[in-house]
Design a protein around this ligand. Structure first.
Ligand code: SF4
Length: 101
């Protein structure tokens, strides 16, 4: 079951960027893997999704959103779930620094 605790409130300003998404109306199967997907199909699907993202006007907002809610599935903002998982794991391992006073 999806963990929705990290999702922002249902406020338009949090979600409005999605109205400008290049993937709007596209088949979700381009961005989310089917059950049991393996290589090389997976790599081809992810590359195709990333090509759509590369021309998307809200790519940065999409990627930042997916990172902030730790979206576990799909290509968001040109980033695969594996890339996002790796980045978030690295961030958790990095020591927190406090700004100099
Ligand atoms: S960056 Fe990719 S996944 Fe995000 S809204 Fe744009 S096309 Fe869709």
């Amino acid at each position: 079951m999806a963990d929705v605790s990290r999702l922002p409130a249902a406020v338009v300003e949090y979600w409005d960027w999605q109205r400008h998404a290049a993937c709007r109306g596209m088949d979700l199967a381009v961005f989310f893997h089917p059950d049991g997907e393996r290589e090389p199909s997976r790599g081809r699907r992810v590359d195709g999704a990333k090509q759509v993202c590369a021309s998307c006007p809200v790519m940065t907002a999409c990627r930042d959103w997916a990172r902030s809610v730790q979206e576990p599935y799909g290509v968001w903002g040109g980033e695969s779930e594996d890339e996002r998982r790796t980045l978030l794991a690295r961030r958790r391992r990095e020591p927190r620094t406090t700004p100099a006073a």
